[in-house]
Design a protein around this ligand. Structure first.
Ligand code: CDP
Ligand code: CDP
Length: 220
């Protein structure tokens, strides 16, 4: 058993928000694994490498010149905190994340985030592949409509126009790609607790995770 809380789930279900707050409450480290796939997609784009070119993208992922500094993310000495959040780079992340060699290139780097205190890790395969011995596994979800509304509010898009319809379509397309891929698909594991945040506030969701943590068998 590892001192890890694994939070997996679809886009905009609240993983990053909840994981960061739970990590702060426990004094644990936090891993945003999606950021590594986003950084890989941006790095490939900067090098004019096609997202489908498995060997070339994996070689870049293995040597990713990226750094997490507080709330900011850096690539090749540039602050890319905003740049990696675009929906285009989200699609790129989903494209490179399909490739087994890319996932393997990023595996140890993700495991290195575990500290003696503990780790809260969010992504798609934290419980299945990266930390299969995690002491608590959670599948965080919400309806696609509510997730699209949250994303729209985050970036200031009104909920009644074409831009919103596009956000909803993008979320559904990325979910379908993440769930149907043969390598590390997004799925609810039999040993993961389901947490639907559709009608739960951030505070209630954080509290539920902490309650489950308190009740879980403790790792050494
Ligand atoms: O924030 P959001 O949930 O929209 O995306 P993200 O967590 O930053 O992940 C971006 C993409 O990276 C996802 O659509 C997945 O395809 C991929 N990903 C993955 O395959 N495995 C992970 N552990 C994390 C992200
Ligand atoms: O990391 P992921 O893509 O799963 O989601 P996120 O970026 O953490 O959350 C997307 C948005 O939903 C943020 O603006 C959160 O504040 C919001 N949220 C919410 O309104 N209610 C929740 N229970 C969880 C997140």
């Amino acid at each position: 058993m590892q001192k890890v809380i694994a939070l997996d789930g679809p886009s905009a279900s609240g993983k990053g928000t909840i994981a960061a707050r739970v990590a702060a409450a426990l004094g644990w480290a936090y891993l945003d694994s999606g950021a590594l796939y986003r950084l890989t997609a941006l790095h490939a784009q900067n090098h004019n490498i096609d997202w489908a070119n498995e060997a070339a993208v994996a070689a870049l992922a293995a040597e990713l010149p990226a750094e997490f500094r507080g709330q900011t993310v850096w690539l090749d000495g540039q602050d890319v905190t905003q740049a990696i959040r675009s929906e285009r780079i989200g699609m790129g992340a989903s494209a490179v994340a399909k490739l087994l060699a890319v996932r393997q290139a990023l595996l140890q780097r993700q495991r290195n985030f575990l500290t003696a205190q503990g780790l809260v890790a969010d992504g798609r395969d934290m419980g299945s592949t990266v930390f299969p011995e995690a002491q608590l596994k959670i599948f965080l979800t919400a309806s696609a409509q509510i997730r699209a509304e949250r994303r729209a509010k985050q970036i200031g898009v009104p909920l009644d126009g074409a831009a919103f319809a596009q956000i909803l379509a993008d979320i559904q397309a990325r979910d379908a790609a993440d769930r149907s891929r043969p390598v590390a698909p997004l799925q609810q594991l039999p040993d993961a607790k389901l947490l639907d945040t559709s009608h739960r506030s951030i505070e209630e969701t954080v509290q539920q995770v902490l309650d489950w943590y308190q009740a879980s068998p403790k790792a050494a």
